[in-house]
Design a protein around this ligand. Structure first.
Ligand code: 9MJ
Length: 355
């Protein structure tokens, strides 16, 4: 075999770095650095060089987001650190009660600082990075065991294949939400309608259906976005910041999308003001949220608060009121059980309520 010219190796390296960088500017920061045609030219040159020198193709190359063959089944994945869900609050009173319990448990009358962010209505995922390279993506599942969806998360442009910058732990599990922005969802359904295919009822179902595909080629055509909202397993001895808000800042520097709406607010009053502001911003966001999330910002305090069964004591999801619709009871059937018990069953005229 002919030796590979050093200039080719260097050019491939440069193209990959430039493409990764422009992907980051375009998809994560929503701030393109070059035109689409310039980007296409860089990709085309890289594909040509990799075609000429297939021995130089690596799994982290931007040309390799979509792996080869579809899988036969999704493997199970055990979460080293359980993926907790969130307790809900539905009223201002319940929000104040959450804040009161936090302060009572911490034995303080001082105001607490909370990291506030929108509650994305998508699917929670875990992304494992080893040596700065994405090695595994998994669904939340029941919080202890999820499914391996590495092949699909790799196709999401906002999921870094390699971490940017420096200072990241050698083992880092990033957690976040995969969702489908509304414009992408509408376009996907428009295409499906034109082709006589099944349409999705809402962006969340579309995102979930996309992530569970066996063929990464399908997920690659779906307009999915990943935004981070936490970390799981971290290399022992690694030093991450001691505040949630600072960790989000680090994750953003390492190439992740962190919500542009994230803020640090003070006390229950600060939380409520944030909630009201997000109620007003909700329709302008371009993606579905079903509430806002408040997390005690200080990780030392989080640790002291701990968690119960499935949810941390240091966080709460303040949910928007569910969409409501009226319909008609068209008929009432009475079913007779084995023991003779009568169960009335209402037949409702179908209505659409957020999917
Ligand atoms: C969503 N769905 O946007 C969490 N989430 O934190 C945010 N979910 C979460 N945080 C701990 N922003 C468990 C779940």
């Amino acid at each position: 075999m002919d030796p590979i010219p050093a200039a080719v190796v260097a050019r491939i390296d440069e193209l990959r770095s430039r493409i990764d960088h422009h992907n980051y500017l375009y998809f994560v920061l929503d701030n393109p650095g070059i035109s689409d045609s310039e980007y296409d030219r860089l990709m085309a040159e890289l594909r040509t060089l990799e075609g000429d020198y297939p021995q130089l193709v690596t799994p982290t190359s931007p040309t390799q987001r979509v792996g080869a063959a579809p899988l036969l089944a999704l493997e199970q994945v055990a979460h080293a650190v359980p993926m907790l869900s969130l307790d809900n609050a539905f009223t201002e009173h319940e929000l104040c009660e959450f804040d009161r319990r936090v302060r009572e448990r911490l034995g303080t009358t001082q105001e607490i600082e909370y990291a506030a962010e929108p509650k994305l209505d998508g699917l929670a995922v875990s992304l494992l990075y080893e040596g700065g390279v994405l090695t595994r993506g998994a669904t939340r599942g029941d919080g202890h065991t999820g499914e391996d969806i590495t092949h699909n998360v790799r196709t999401i442009a906002t999921v870094p294949i390699r971490l940017r910058g420096e200072g990241w732990p050698a083992v880092l599990e990033v957690r976040g939400e995969v969702y489908m922005p509304r414009a992408g969802f509408d376009a996907l359904n428009h295409r499906a309608r034109l082709q006589g295919e099944k349409v999705f009822v809402n962006p969340r179902n579309a995102a979930a259906g996309s992530l569970r595909q066996l063929d990464p080629g399908v997920a690659a055509t779906r307009p999915l976005v990943m935004a981070c909202h936490g970390v799981g397993r971290v290399e022992e001895g690694a030093s991450l910041p001691t505040r949630y808000s600072a960790i989000m800042q680090d994750l953003a520097a390492w190439g992740f999308r962190a919500s542009a709406e994230r803020r640090v607010v003070v006390g229950a009053a600060g939380c409520f003001a944030y909630y009201q502001a997000m109620c007003d911003r909700r329709t302008a966001l371009g993606y579905d949220i079903d509430g806002v999330v408040f997390k005690v910002d200080d990780l030392g305090l989080q640790q002291r608060l701990g968690f119960v069964s499935r949810a941390p004591r240091w966080a709460v999801a303040y949910k928007f009121r569910a969409e409501e619709e009226q319909t008609l009871v068209e008929q009432i059937e009475v079913r007779v059980g084995r023991t003779g018990a009568l169960t009335p069953v209402a037949r409702l005229r179908p209505v659409f309520v957020g999917g």
